[in-house]
Design a protein around this ligand. Sequence first.
Ligand SMILES: [Zn+2]
Length: 282
Amino acid sequence: MPTLIEDELDTIPTFNSTSTHTPTMTQATPTFLHPAKPQSYLDADWGDENILGIGESLTRILPPEKGATRFALLTYIVPAKKEFIHYINSAGKLSVVRCHTRRSAKYSVLELAECCQVLKNVPMMDSQFRLVALALKYMNADPKTGRYATPKGGHPDIQFEIGYVQLTANGFREIVSEVRGLEIEGATNPEEYDFIMMPRESGKGQTYKIAAKSGSKALYLSQPELVAQVREAAAPFADGAALEKLLGKAVSKDEMNVLLKGVSVSSAAITNPADIDNTDDL
Ligand SMILES: [Zn+2]
């Protein structure tokens, strides 16, 4: 029998029939084991939510190729985050970094930084606005329409996952104008409603519509136990750290210069289109 290294065990599907590793049941197993009492801060507990949250990353919510995804924004738990970023293909390596250009409160350029001067005319690498928001994805909504069949007098059985939506300035405008378009006095909070995300007809990027034109509130909000589950599932992301990571790397001026030196303008186009997922504005 080959020697197994611990971490490789997962990748070995089955033992063959000549294996001598036959399970034996010679000892009775106790029904319950009680975990040892923690004695110092070094002791870990299998139920520790904080450990479960370490390095946990978020999945982007996207619609199926020819369908719709229903989601609700969780910006009452953590604010959406925004930044101008650059994709930089430098010396064959793709990085996403935060732009150094100074902008006014209205986003007009105050002083064009080196990154924008160099990358302004390089295909796909000019600065672009990115906004990311924590959101709930309705996993069992109709994949064509994003709708739920509601049983009479009852609530739909909702399954959800926590993820994030990534918006361009266009997407942001769509969400805001959908909410302002409701005929409800004072409707201004997108987090109160469900949205349907669909691929744009052009095939590039996504488009957003409010799920109920009547202004009905987000489906999950009418089930208090579901609201509690959503809060619990979203808790590891409430500090905003996972969202901030999605806004690219903050690099120093020196690090940026090294990256920019590695950009070859003639062959600069990013070669792997799968790496470009923010294409609304392109
Ligand atoms: Zn820049």
